[in-house]
Design a protein around this ligand. Structure first.
Ligand code: NOJ
Length: 538
């Protein structure tokens, strides 16, 4: 395609993150280059060409900063240094340069809610009640009758308050006790944390995925969270209460607006993506009242919605209709915290899921390995590493199964590492690795490549309007339109053959790679689990 094509002109008018495909790299499990069994930055650099061949536009790296790794990097002990496990600053700079030279953007994780308890800020805060940084964290006296100040719970189990013997107060932690919450009501904290963003923006990163943003503030009056009337045995104990007072408090939006203003003060549209698992209505507030919040508040609803045409169609309509004016949609099928899509919907449906993700209106984010059809790995009890599973075993909360190493090739440890990996390989690694799939036109990897390439060629897919066409028992169908160009998507979400009427046009892509180019003359037949992308007759 020449640089003067109308499509390029169209894309150039829109911010890059609107027509981008984002790819999440979980660095520990992507590629090890130094033989310690844990992935690193040099490893990511070595695999950039794979990402170029896949066709993605941006790489989001889960945390790479100095950390004791209690929560695998989400417990930061130095925000502006690279953990030696992953390399050093020169590796990071090389990664940014190498990515940029290939046209790939780099997005970093930013963890504003908490630090590690081994961060120098917390050490100083904890040292004495009179410490200059005491108020940088959330310290409180015991409840009047003794014990924790209130009933707030930690996401990872137990009370969210930990008693500090030396200074006789509790500190608050929405996650592990070794992840104390920062006090964003303290202006010095705000400045220090904005400085962290400045540091990485000056290093040339293209944006941030902002961790656990709805945890940033808690009700200042420490009101107890009310009981959850829907809680029953088998649900995590943390869900015994509704988090009305400990999550999603109004002040969060002012803090996000400060992050946004800072990013906007840099050239080249640095993107801000917010992580918040919230109902759609509440999620929308994270765009900011004047669209001065996140560019993309992560939309995780495909992860939790039942996998049926009706449920998904209702979800898409609800999400689209609640978007604020000018707010840009986005979709996620998986990440390092949730069960793999191929395990949730089954291997047979994973292809239709890929087509859904890459043809809905809005920026898609892919999780490493989903393009290989990876399922959850099997983790034996003595291999569990995730603190969530260790704290609350057996409830299905553990995230190790989705963090198993990338499967690259037939060599030992699937080409991930010369040493035994920190988590075991998936049992089917030899049949599923990227090298084996690369030359197989029918592989799911090549389906992802074709879908991403088509999305890049067709503004109807990246920027076009969305219109629902049908949601039957088996089939979900919709149209994407850009000017006169009308594309249709029909997904058979069942394991039986299916058909829908009223479609005339020509097939552009099938998840089953069979009917490409075939004419549609009214009735559209779909094989079990098949998705078809077609152009309508004009
Ligand atoms: C969300 C992250 O994705 C997860 O991995 C982490 O454990 C928590 N936030 C705490 O930072």
């Amino acid at each position: 395609m020449t640089s003067e094509s109308p499509l390029d002109a169209t894309r150039a008018e829109e911010a890059w993150w609107k027509h981008a495909v984002i790819y999440q790299v979980y660095p520990r499990s992507f590629q090890d280059s130094n033989g310690d069994g844990v992935g690193d930055l040099a490893g990511v650099i070595a695999r950039l060409d794979y990402l170029v061949a896949l066709g993605v536009d941006a790489v989001w790296l889960s945390p790479i900063f100095c950390s004791p790794m209690d929560d695998f990097g989400y417990d930061v002990s130095d925000h502006t240094a690279i953990d030696p496990l992953f390399g050093d600053m020169s590796d990071f700079r090389r990664l940014v340069a190498e990515a940029h030279s290939r046209g790939l953007r780099v997005i970093l994780d930013y963890i504003p809610n908490h630090t590690s308890d081994r961060h120098s800020w917390f050490k100083e805060s904890r040292a004495a009640r009179a410490s200059r940084k005491r108020d940088w964290y959330v310290w409180r006296d015991p409840a009047p009758g003794g014990g924790a100040p209130n009933n707030w719970v930690s996401e990872f189990g137990g009370s969210a308050w930990t008693w500090d013997e030396a200074t006789s107060q509790y500190y608050y932690h929405g996650f592990l006790r070794s992840q104390p919450d920062l006090n964003w009501r303290n202006p010095e904290v705000v400045e220090a944390m904005l400085d962290v963003l400045r540091f990485w923006l000056d290093e040339g990163v293209d944006g941030f995925r902002v961790d656990a943003i709805h945890f940033l503030f808690e009700d200042e009056s420490l009101t107890d969270d009310p009981p959850n009337p829907h809680w029953h045995e088998g649900m995590p104990p943390t869900e015994r209460v509704l988090r009305d007072h400990s999550l999603d408090q109004p002040e969060v939006h002012d803090a996000v607006a400060l992050m946004r203003r800072l990013c906007d003060s840099y050239e080249d549209e640095r993107v801000l993506i917010g992580e918040a698992y919230l109902p759609i209505e509440r999620l929308m507030a994270y765009y900011g009242g004047a669209l001065d919040g996140f560019h993309l508040p992560f939309n995780f609803h495909l992860i939790t919605t039942p996998w049926t045409p009706t449920s998904i169609s209702i979800l898409v309509e609800a999400y689209e209709s609640k978007l604020p004016n000018g707010g840009w949609p986005n979709w996620v099928l998986g990440n390092h915290d949730r069960h793999r899509i191929a395990s949730r919907v089954g291997r047979d449906q994973a292809r239709a899921a890929a087509m859904l993700l890459l043809t809905l209106r809005g920026t898609p984010t892919l999780y490493q390995g989903d393009e290989l059809g990876m399922t959850n790995g099997d983790i034996a009890p003595d291999q569990v590493r995730d603190p969530w599973e260790l704290n609350m075993p057996g409830l299905g909360l553990g995230r190790d199964p989705v963090r198993t190493p990338m499967l690259w090739d037939e060599s030992p440890n699937a080409g991930f590492s010369a040493a035994s990996p920190w988590l075991p390989l998936n049992a089917d690694w030899s049949a599923r690795h990227a090298a084996g799939q690369a030359d197989d036109p029918a592989s799911i990897l090549n389906l992802y490549r074709r879908l991403i390439a088509l999305r890049r060629r067709e503004p109807a897919l990246s920027l076009g309007d969305y219109k629902a066409l049908a949601a039957t028992d088996q089939v979900l169908a919709y149209e994407r339109r850009f000017g006169a160009r009308r594309l249709g998507v029909a997904l058979n979400l069942s394991g039986e053959p299916a058909a829908i009427a009223g479609m005339t046009g020509r097939v552009l892509l099938s998840t089953h790679a069979t009917d490409v180019g075939a004419a549609l003359t009214g009735r559209l037949d779909l094989a079990p689990n098949e998705g078809l992308l077609f152009e309508f007759d004009r």
